[in-house]
Design a protein around this ligand. Sequence first.
Ligand code: ZN
Length: 149
Amino acid sequence: MDLEQLYRQVIMEHYKRPKNKGLLNNDSYELIHLNNPSCGDEIAVEVLYEDDTIKDIRHDGKGCSICCSSASIMSVMLKDKQVDDAKKIIYEYYEMIKGYPFNDQILNGDILAYQGVTKFPARIKCATLAWKAIEVLLEKHGGDRNNGW
Ligand code: ZN
């Protein structure tokens, strides 16, 4: 099996058996909805914090395999991370998706399957929709905390 096949398998696995899928609709979670009109992807992401740690991430929605699978893998990668560390992972992911050099200490394992998206610019929005959603939530979390001071 070549690398491209392996990557396709990773993506299909997360598409068919997504992790952390389904919203809990619990008031302790912060929720966001985002759409990608160019492909018809719709996604909702919710996050639960404990201080500055991401205790849980849930996602739901419909869309193409790239979008739905990347929401699943995003939830796996960022769960139990500190907010600041999660932001670093998000940054490196965008660099990888855009085809720029990225830090392979921070990004490794299954997430590398999305490197191939670089070759399909139309799919970049699909691959980043769930990541944009969590990014907006994390930015809001920082803001809320500072406002509290
Ligand atoms: Zn899509």
